[in-house]
Design a protein around this ligand. Sequence first.
Ligand code: 8X3
Length: 250
Amino acid sequence: MSDDSTRPRTAVVTGASSGIGAATARALAAEGFRVVCAARRTDRIEGLAAEIGGVAVTCDVTDDASVATLAAAVEECHVLVNNAGGAAGLDKVEAADLEGWRWMYDVNVLGLVRVTKALLPALRASGDGLVVNVGSTAGRWAYEGGAGYTAAKHAVKVVTETLRLELNGEPIRISEVAPGMVRTDEFALVRFGGDRERAEAVYAGVDQPLLAEDVADAIAWVATRPSHVDIDELVIKPRAQAAAHKVHRT
Ligand code: 8X3
């Protein structure tokens, strides 16, 4: 554990190149963290790191060597935000594109496990570590066509719960922040392979879907509780969304 209390606390955010990840990097920097912005798109994270006085590390969470490079760049980690993830498609199980399912499991689940494993020594070294896994309401509810993504996000919930059991007694907290409908630049666009019309339809008529900043605000709140306070999980949805199938549209 560092005895230099004047040293800034370090936060690592994966998927920091856009959306919730970029907003979280900004929110944690505003709270005084030195933020390591990790993502595949180097140009984006370099710009973000320059803006917030952080560090950019190019990282693909689906790649062992890339994650090892990230871990080598981080000596102490007080907060790890496992945010990298995404959905692919909205096909029924009968028509499942198994490559899409494989990608979703790889990025949402194995990526989270890979990064957490690699950074556990740095989380321990901080003497006061916190892992925030960005889950989803898709980790609570099933919906038609969503199984590839909802199965992966259910796995995120269970991995989170398991880690909390396994690390009990260590100075490391494990939290899950699980957003519902969040309007970001890329989530729906990626899900529908760049089809802007289908992506827009997700939010059609919804009065104020959440923004990335709303989720980042929740993550920053979790990350700034006193060390003995563990927020197990926090589900955050727009007012217009009561459940996966119950979204008020005008
Ligand atoms: C996103 C929520 O409803 O699109 O994580 O699956 S949903």
